[in-house]
Design a protein around this ligand. Structure first.
Ligand code: PLP
Length: 348
């Protein structure tokens, strides 16, 4: 059984994706995305999102976020996001760099989600002076950094606030598949129908080797994004190898099946540990990430037994993060639960 619950990017790769890469290795093909696999991926995206889209495969989520934000944000623009957003906390100013110096405006939220009233007030405040920045983009993460998931209605409310100020909406979907699996809503309902202009559709965390996909719904952004993508060094000459991963990811609902398995394992763990003494689940477990306050003795015992998970004291003392993945089985989940149960029975 697996004992490593640090992150979903410690996982390997879905066999279907590895096989697709091997197939792509057999044949020569035109470079820079002018190949049949990339064309097929494009069509799959139109079908999946039930609308016309432009697509730009990229190698990292950081590149995807920065390019997507830059496509709707001038250097003097303001980008509103949650204070724990990956774009704010983990990407070393990539969005600021790619926009040529736009201002990120981090906002407090609840369980990783932006609060509509606070967002509206902040946008109004920034817009009123006209000297801090021009509101240009609202960036949301779906599923959030707190492991929660925005409903389609919550997204719609946020996008309407953005729209009223003339700003666009970008979605960091590093765990978008987990959000779709959690809500049961369609990819269209959770993106453009809710007012999202550009999605960065994650695959790396959910079964790909290394591939993410910028999906543009507001297609007038596509030309500029294409130029930025090329200039940003993300237009791979052998793009078919990114496309092959993403094409396999979207074939036969692999992306959704993988996310359902990851979410299912997290829900199984959450349900079983909720009543154990010395354990407190501190954020709603909507997707595949658990935030848990562990009694220090329980944490020590788990670590001694070889379980791996990150300290998340950002959320408070004694809190750890545990992440399940597409290959976490019920047996893996049960083994973790059993270890926590045994550890909690030891004298403290
Ligand atoms: C919310 C979120 N966004 C984006 C990313 C993508 O980051 P990277 O640039 O490492 O692919 C991650 C990965 O940890 C993430 O958790």
């Amino acid at each position: 059984v697996k004992t490593d619950f640090r992150s979903d990017n410690i996982l390997g790769c879905s066999p279907e994706i590895a096989e697709a890469l091997l197939r792509a290795c057999q044949e020569p093909a035109s470079p820079y995305g002018n190949d049949p696999v990339t064309s097929r991926l494009h069509q799959r995206c139109r079908d999946l999102f039930e609308t016309d889209v432009a697509i730009f495969p990229v190698s990292t989520g950081t590149a995807g976020n920065a390019l997507a934000i830059a496509a709707m944000t001038p250097a003097w623009g303001g980008v509103f996001c949650h204070e724990d957003a990956h774009v704010h906390r983990e990407e070393l100013g990539a969005a600021e760099f790619f926009t040529g110096g736009a201002k990120l405006v981090p906002l407090p939220g609840v369980n990783g989600k932006l609060i509509p009233g606070a967002l509206a007030a902040s946008i109004e405040d920034v817009a009123r002076g006209g000297r801090m920045a021009i509101p240009s983009c609202v960036s949301v993460t779906q599923a959030t950094e707190a492991g929660t998931v925005y409903s389609a209605e919550e997204l719609r409310e946020i996008s309407e606030i953005a729209r009223r100020s003339g700003a666009g909406m970008q979605m960091d979907g590093a765990r978008f598949a987990n959000a779709v699996a959690a809500t049961g809503r369609s990819p269209a309902d959770l993106t453009w129908r809710a007012g999202v202009d550009v999605l960065v559709f994650g695959a790396t965390k959910n079964g790909a080797l290394a591939a993410e996909l910028i999906v543009v719904f507001r297609t007038e952004l596509a030309d500029e994004l294409g130029l930025r993508w090329h200039r940003g060094g993300q237009r791979l000459s052998k793009m078919r190898f990114l496309s092959a991963q993403l094409d396999a990811y979207l074939t036969d609902d692999l992306w959704l099946r993988n996310a359902r398995r990851a979410n299912g394992a997290a829900a199984r763990i959450a349900a079983a540990i909720a009543t154990i003494a010395g354990v407190e689940i501190v954020r709603p477990v909507d997707a595949n990430v658990l935030f848990v306050r562990l009694d220090p003795a329980i944490e020590r015992t788990l670590r001694e037994r070889g379980f791996l998970f990150y300290d998340w004291s950002l959320f408070g003392e004694g809190i750890v993060r545990m992440v399940t993945g597409f290959d976490t089985t019920a047996a893996d989940a049960d083994a973790l639960v059993e270890a926590i149960r045994v550890a909690s029975l030891q004298p403290r």
